[in-house]
Design a protein around this ligand. Structure first.
Ligand code: P6P
Length: 341
């Protein structure tokens, strides 16, 4: 039977068209936003091209230095970092950038015009898993600048997460996905490599109110505070209505663990511990963008006590504990962590 034209057309919603149509719903839209997101999707494809051939070309293996967070930097990290910067620095939409791989902020070259947005990104999160062919991801966050014009400053970057105007992530896995939100729901696009286009595959993603999966590195169990230990023991007990425990899943690549949590529900936790009271994950590059996404999908994100998006950042690479996922699961976690259960 012939598909009615509208059904056929809506089936092939590209990322580009989705962004432009979304732009139309912003009364003061100038097209800058579309240009910014389009630049990011181009950068993602360029990184994908290298990630997919990584096994063949000698760009695996360690470089001879570590990044500001002390992680061993892999060549693909550097490539992704430079590719995103170069794809975005001349667009005229940004006044400043910040990358998880760079100690300080990243200026826009003087010979390019400076725009009204700020881009903060983790170029290749989970890259420690690259050699094992595990899913890795790019995570990004967009703010409007707060300074009036010219070169962006740290003041433009160190804004609380609730001021984000967009956030998203790219998954480099068996297929490549680009997910984003501009405050009107969360939408996922899957790359059709035969045409080089991202096609809408997950429209208006909603996370279940409560899930049945928990995701945490239990290797740190002995370092946790007693309330955190009691919370995980609770998840392993017959706590679900049907008298069974939660399932444990942990990939060790945040973008992948988060994406599964977003689609299936449940909770991802990276708590603080005796050795690292603020945990391992970075507020600006990981926690803020994912918190924006999960709230847009009806979920929640907390540092164990307060909403991630309400945290006022003081340092570019500051860390915070992260409890993110289904709203009811995050609420239960906060009750245990606060000694109320
Ligand atoms: P651990 C990767 O280095 C990362 O930042 C996240 O992608 C991942 O979720 C986390 O660290 C894994 O940390 O301590 O469990 O190995």
């Amino acid at each position: 039977m012939d598909q009615p034209r509208t059904a056929l057309v809506s089936k092939f919603m590209t990322l580009e068209r989705h962004i432009i149509e979304g732009e139309r719903s912003h009364p003061d839209a100038t097209g800058a936003f579309s240009g910014l997101l389009h630049g990011l999707s181009l950068a993602a494809k360029l990184v994908w091209r290298e990630v997919t051939k990584a096994g063949l070309v000698n760009i695996l293996g360690m470089t001879d230095h570590v990044n500001v967070s002390g992680d061993e930097v892999k060549k693909l990290d550097e490539f992704a970092d430079e590719t995103i910067y170069r794809a975005m620095d001349h667009t005229g939409h940004l006044c400043v950038m910040a990358s998880e791989e760079n100690e300080s902020l990243l200026n826009i070259p003087d010979h390019y015009s400076h725009g009204n947005y700020v881009l903060i990104y983790d170029p290749l999160d989970g890259s420690g898993n690259i050699d094992a062919n595990v899913t890795v991801g790019t995570i990004f966050s967009v703010f409007k600048r707060v300074t009036p014009s010219g070169k962006g400053t740290m003041e433009d970057i160190l804004q609380p997460g609730y001021k984000q105007v967009a956030a998203g992530y790219v998954l480099f896995s068996s297929s490549m996905m680009f997910l984003y939100s501009t405050g009107h729901g969360v939408h996922g696009f899957t790359l059709d490599p035969t045409v080089g286009e991202f096609l809408l595959s997950h429209e208006n993603i909603r996370i279940p109110k409560r899930g049945a999966i928990y995701s945490v590195n239990e290797g740190n169990f002995n370092r946790w505070d007693p309330n955190m230990r009691r919370y995980v023991e609770y998840l392993k007990s017959e706590c679900k209505e049907e008298k069974r425990p939660y399932a444990a899943r942990y990939i060790g690549s945040l973008a992948a663990d988060f994406h599964r949590t977003l689609l299936y529900g449940g909770i991802y936790c990276y708590p603080g511990d005796m050795k690292n009271p603020d945990g391992k994950l970075r507020l600006m590059y990981e926690n803020n963008p994912l918190a924006y996404i999960v709230e847009q999908a009806g979920g929640a994100a907390s540092d164990g006590k307060r909403r991630i998006l309400d945290i006022v950042p003081e340092k570019l690479h500051q860390r915070s504990p992260l409890f993110i996922g289904s709203s009811e699961d995050v609420k239960i976690a906060e009750e245990f962590l606060g000694g109320k259960r």
